[in-house]
Design a binder for this molecule. Structure first.
Ligand code: ZN
Ligand code: FE
Ligand code: FE
Ligand code: FE
Length: 234
């Protein structure tokens, strides 16, 4: 059955790739958590770090289910251990790229609010890669009638979707709103002059108006750290 063998090989490759991806995410998340300004965003990333560690263990369980442990380094002697990292046998180049790109963005000079929007964007790219990969692996497992493996992959897939949804919620609520308001501080005077004809800015003004109560809320939530950071820039 060459076709099934190929698919099983592909599944195993995908799982090793994901193992590497999760390992890299576990290494990368603390930096993103530290860089995050918004408390809700910090909390969401922290929670996902905990979840991600469990996902890595779950991949170990799946490997065992597939009988992969027989090919692990212990059979290859002492030297094999020297070269095996905690990432496993594969290195996920895609995750390396996503994390590198994210880190480069975190290195830019940004206001705390814009930084949070950038962190959300970087984190969602990572989640989307995982959703795609776990979705594919699960489909392979189903096709191979490995229902237990498929169930475990589905669990992780659900967690990745949850993380992505939470990040979308954060992006649509406080975080991006704060970024927008901070960026437009200099225009506040113009915005008060509501008597002026609307012209091309009309839709933006309408959005501003409905966001006003939230602005007060967001301002109240701001820590001294943010004020200091913004004060330094002026
Ligand atoms: Zn790969
Ligand atoms: Fe994950
Ligand atoms: Fe990959
Ligand atoms: Fe994830």
């Amino acid at each position: 059955m060459p076709t099934i063998e190929t698919l099983e090989g592909l599944l195993k490759h995908e799982l090793k790739d994901l193992y590497s991806a999760e390992t890299q995410i576990i290494e990368a998340l603390p930096k993103m958590i530290e860089a995050a300004f918004n408390d809700d965003l910090k909390k969401a990333l922290q929670q996902h770090l905990t979840v991600t560690k469990k996902q890595k263990q779950r991949l170990d369980d799946i490997q065992k289910l597939l009988g992969e442990e027989k090919t692990k380094p212990e059979n290859k002697g002492f030297f094999a251990n020297l070269f095996s990292s905690n990432e496993g046998e594969e290195h996920c180049k895609a995750m390396e790229g996503l994390i590198k790109e994210g880190n480069r963005l975190l290195g830019e000079d940004m206001s705390p609010e814009v930084m949070d929007a950038a962190i959300i964007a970087a984190a969602q790219k990572i989640e989307h890669y995982e959703i795609s990969s776990y979705g594919t692996a699960r489909a392979f497992a189903l096709q191979l009638q490995l229902s237990k493996v498929a169930d475990l992959l589905q669990q992780t897939l659900n967690e990745e979707y949850e993380a992505d949804d939470l990040l979308t919620e954060l992006a649509l609520s406080d975080v991006n709103l704060e970024a927008e308001l901070t960026g437009e501080d200099e225009n506040d005077i113009v915005l008060e002059e509501k008597e002026q004809p609307a012209k091309k800015q009309a839709p933006k003004k309408a959005a501003k108006k409905s966001a006003a109560p939230k602005k007060a809320k967001a301002a109240a939530k701001k820590s001294n750290k943010s004020k200091a950071a913004r004060g330094n820039k002026k």
